[in-house]
Write a protein that binds this ligand. Structure first.
Ligand code: DHB
Length: 392
């Protein structure tokens, strides 16, 4: 296959890039190691910034977000059972949408294929060569076992947090910024009605818990756990007891319980690859940066990347000499946003989680931060602006 842009990775970042390039008259082909069914059924985060919804709407892929998603005009922060609502609409005039990431993926994959876009699912042995030439290639084995090659002019590495593409940026050029956290999230899906109409981000001496939703009959919840937790060691009863205790115990909001249909432990780290481009390669989404899930920024940052990337790829192809200045500009613009989101995600994480070794000062100090944050309009506005996605 001969194409302008070869895209490694058929998740939201890769597919959104492919679709928007096509709208600009730039051809793209996507390769993905997983099956469409696997990605569709892997539960990820669920909060979309309004700018993300706007991108889907403008690209004519927004109809299911509008029919199946839920607009949230605010969220609740809870410390030791004391709840404070952050009113996004009143503070910054924006909302977020609860609409699961795997559904975003489904909408994008459906649109790409309906428009006749080429995508190879379940490929293996993917490699990228010739990045320092004018015709880089993606080689892979397709799902039938046949060797295939895509000749492109530019490669987009959108191959997720375990990206092989980013390792193609030479070590002397690339900085891997990395931070690990001494905890993880235990995520569950519960067959029960919603406990609360909005999300509740909660902290207590037991650490963090998050009440989210999926539908009228299925709910999504998380609580802080040890990174090496085996989900099988936690009974349904013990899970509900823990989440209820973080929410404030018997005197607080009562958790709606039901059968737990999924239990998973989610990894937790911060990572940024700097720069996001080299030679004929650009990185987008998790391939270039990973955030902890606390700020709900992962998918939204991937969409920010794509928004910054499309005009620069267009400029790259408009210029006959294929000057890489446009790609450098992409990296600079995208990283500005990425570092702001890294900072917000890191801050929200340390505000809401318990460290393994804590003294009474630690929990009391966090409570003070909670009061300062939620008790002043400036504090609430910072949170609302960051959470819903900075406009500038
Ligand atoms: C969900 C996940 C998040 O990481 C978050 O911050 C908010 C919501 C979710 O899965 O619904």
């Amino acid at each position: 296959t001969q194409v302008q842009v070869g895209i490694v990775g058929g998740g939201p970042a890769g597919l959104m890039t492919a679709l928007l390039l096509k709208r600009q008259g730039i051809s793209a082909v996507v390769v993905e190691t997983r099956s469409q069914e696997t990605i569709r059924t892997t539960h990820r985060a669920g909060i979309l910034e309004d700018a993300t919804v706007e991108m889907l709407t403008q690209a004519d892929i927004g109809s299911r977000v509008h029919s199946h998603g839920h607009e949230h005009e605010g969220t609740v922060l809870s410390f030791d059972g004391e709840r404070r609502r952050i009113d996004f609409q009143q503070l910054v005039g924006r909302s977020v949408w609860l609409y699961p990431q795997n559904e975003v993926f489904h909408d994008l994959a459906t649109a790409w294929q309906a428009e006749g876009g080429e995508i190879h699912w379940e490929v293996s042995e993917v490699s990228v060569e010739g990045l320092q030439t004018s015709s880089p290639q993606i080689s892979f084995t397709d799902s039938e076992g046949a060797a295939q090659q895509i000749q492109a002019e530019l490669i987009v590495g959108a191959d997720g947090s375990r990206s092989m593409c980013r390792k193609l940026i030479p070590e002397e050029i690339r900085t891997d910024h990395f931070t690990a956290y001494p905890y993880a999230w235990f995520g569950i899906l519960v067959e029960a009605p919603p406990t609360h109409p909005e999300l509740i981000y909660a902290n207590s001496e037991d650490g963090f818990a998050l009440i989210s939703q999926r539908s009228e009959t299925v709910q999504r919840m998380y609580f802080q756990c040890d990174p090496d937790t085996d989900p099988a060691d936690w009974s349904d009863e013990a899970i509900f007891e823990r989440i209820q205790s973080v929410l404030g115990g018997e005197d607080s909001i009562q958790l709606q319980r039901g059968p737990i249909i999924e239990k998973t432990v989610l990894p937790f780290r911060s990572y940024v690859c700097e720069p996001l481009n080299w030679a004929r390669l650009v990185l987008a989404g998790d391939a270039g940066h990973t955030v902890p899930p606390t700020g709900a920024k992962g998918l939204n940052l991937a969409f920010c990347d794509v928004r910054a990337l499309i005009p620069q790829i267009t400029a790259f192809f408009a210029d006959a000499s294929r000057d890489s200045a446009a790609l450098d500009e992409y990296s600079r613009t995208a990283l500005d946003r990425v570092w702001r989101a890294q900072s917000f995600s890191y801050w929200a994480t340390t505000l809401l989680h318990r460290q393994p070794e804590e003294n009474p000062f630690s929990q009391r100090r966090r409570r003070g931060e909670f009061e300062a944050l939620t008790g002043t309009e400036a504090g609430r506005t910072y949170f609302a602006d960051a959470y819903t996605g900075w406009k500038a």
